[in-house]
Design a protein around this ligand. Structure first.
Ligand code: NAD
Length: 267
């Protein structure tokens, strides 16, 4: 998808809501699947279903891109792929470094979905000298002493942190000082970054905790239904689960202290 240079679209200056930006990758994934099947056009309803989004929301989102589709025909798949890719900045190549090449870092390094979306893994960095020079997913691991040099040489603006939590802030500080302005943090810790640096946090355990919350609630509802209309009131009140962590649905959200949606973490 790394084709040509990015044009700054007019819509950018009008401002696209963060929630819409967060849905654009969902549309793009669904559209890419349609494009691979050489489907020429798609209705808003079909695309909304494929992306798991409400169709009215989809039409509103696309209006921010200046894309309204054609009545009775729908949206041109290829053109929408181009429009959304352009809006997301995916029509240019984004070199990415991954820091911390353990279980997770190695899995990320081997993930084909980065390159196919224009994210080139420019370097793998680890502090363990025993790993230096060893290829992971075909890329030799470099020592973290050279982090600044690597960032500068490759013009890297996106860093992925997959180190233990205890060193993540220190790694983050070095990445930022070297010129990285976007960080994808997998370490279970809240990172502090200066203005102008974006942090996205991924935490699968938080997603599981939210699922556990819903499971518990569903179980409570089933019990109430079995016990009759009056029986539910007390147990339900007694079984109040802790609220789901804010923003942990992985959607968008405003910036917290680490530049992302604050997620509740066990201390
Ligand atoms: N977000 C998630 O859903 C999720 C899932 C799994 C793991 N994790 C987190 O990801 C991190 C890595 O997990 P893992 O299982 O791969 O651990 P791991 O121990 O296998 O790998 C960590 C790697 O980081 C390297 N490292 C340590 N200090 C470093 C430094 N200062 N600079 C560069 N590299 C350094 C180590 O040498 C090691 O290779 C942990 O913080 C873990 O909690 C998050």
């Amino acid at each position: 998808m790394a084709t040509g240079r990015t044009h700054r679209p007019a819509t950018r200056s009008r401002g696209i809501p963060e929630a819409t930006v967060a849905r654009l990758p969902l549309y793009l994934r669904a559209l890419t699947a349609l494009s691979e099947r050489s489907v020429p056009t798609v209705s808003s309803e079909e695309l909304a279903a494929a992306a798991g989004v409400n169709s009215a929301k989809l039409r509103k989102d696309f209006s921010y891109l200046g894309s309204y589709g054609t009545r009775g025909v729908g949206y041109d798949v290829e053109y929408l792929v181009y429009q959304i890719s352009r809006e997301l900045g995916l029509t240019q190549d984004w070199p990415v470094v991954i820091v911390g090449i353990g279980n997770l870092g190695a899995a990320l390094a081997g993930y084909g979905g980065f390159a196919s979306r224009g994210f080139r893994v420019a370097a793998l960095i680890d502090a363990d000298p025993a790993m230096t020079g060893k290829p992971v997913a075909g890329i030799p691991v470099q020592h973290s002493d050279d982090l600044e040099k690597i960032i500068n040489e490759d013009g890297v603006s996106i860093g992925v942190i997959a180190t233990p939590a205890g060193v993540a802030q220190q790694v983050c500080d070095r990445l930022v000082a070297a010129g990285v302005t976007s960080i994808l943090n997998f370490a279970p810790t809240v990172l502090s970054v200066p203005d102008g640096v974006d942090v996205r946090k991924v935490d699968l355990s938080i997603e599981l905790q939210i699922l556990a919350f819903h499971e518990q609630r569903k179980a409570g509802e089933e019990t109430s239904a079995e016990e009759g209309p009056d029986a539910g009131a007390e147990p339900e009140a007694a079984a109040v689960a802790p609220p789901a962590p804010r923003g942990a649905t992985g959607s968008t959200g405003r910036k917290g202290p680490d530049g992302d949606v604050p997620a509740v973490m066990p201390a």
